[in-house]
Design a protein around this ligand. Sequence first.
Ligand code: PAF
Length: 278
Amino acid sequence: MIVFKKKEELAHYLLSQKNRSIGFVPTMGSLHQGHISLILQSQKKCSITVCSIFINPTQFNNIDDLKKYPKNIALDLKLLENARCDIVYTPSSDDLYNKNEQAQNYEFNGLENCLEGKYRPGHFNGVATIVEKLLRLVKPNYAFFGEKDLQQLVIIKSLVKSIGMNIVITGCPTTRDENGLALSSRNILLSKEDLLYSSIIYKQLLLFKKNYLNTSIIELKNSIIKNLTKSKKIKIDYFEFIEIATLQPKLAINKETKYAACIAVKISGVRLIDNIIL
Ligand code: PAF
């Protein structure tokens, strides 16, 4: 495994590998088996896998959230080495951003303003800014993103289309712990008790999936919100039944359309998101 810290060195190396298909897994580190599953998907499709580790400051609209974001670069490198990742790019901020550089302003036809966008203004401008920089640098054939961040995945597909890059954006299924909690770098901020309690999120998503075809969506949503808010520990930002292509909430079902139920909650102040694709 080769580790690069400078974009020029990475670009120079990748130029020498031009005849190989490149798979790319961008991350913010604090890696877990969910990230490793993306690396494995990339290895199945591509002959060389590049993983980036960079906590992107422009996608945090809250400075405390950025400060608290977990870091463990030594463990990350060990996990990537064990997974036989070929290349890791771990830049510092000044390798990717000029001094005082802000996120660019993108237009994603409203995809960026709903769900997470409502609670994290500017978040997707930051995500798109860094993802565009990284894609232009790595020039992968395929890039892999978790379906856990479904809105991010939909927006990145739209970004790649709008900048006209020939990259296949591949969504990969969410990896869960033994109780169903979606793996997330933020899970280590939860106490043991809250970690167990958080499995209620996926249980309620499964309940939605089981019943949404034969119950009123509004009644089902309300009963799930009621189930979730029985405990004072949990604060719901949103629970929405959405059409995946537009991310817009829906109340009725059309057979040809793909839907998901998406949720964001805070458990003892730790913000968790999840979804179920229906
Ligand atoms: O999903 C993430 O970890 C980040 O949003 C990403 C795509 C690496 C951009 O910083």
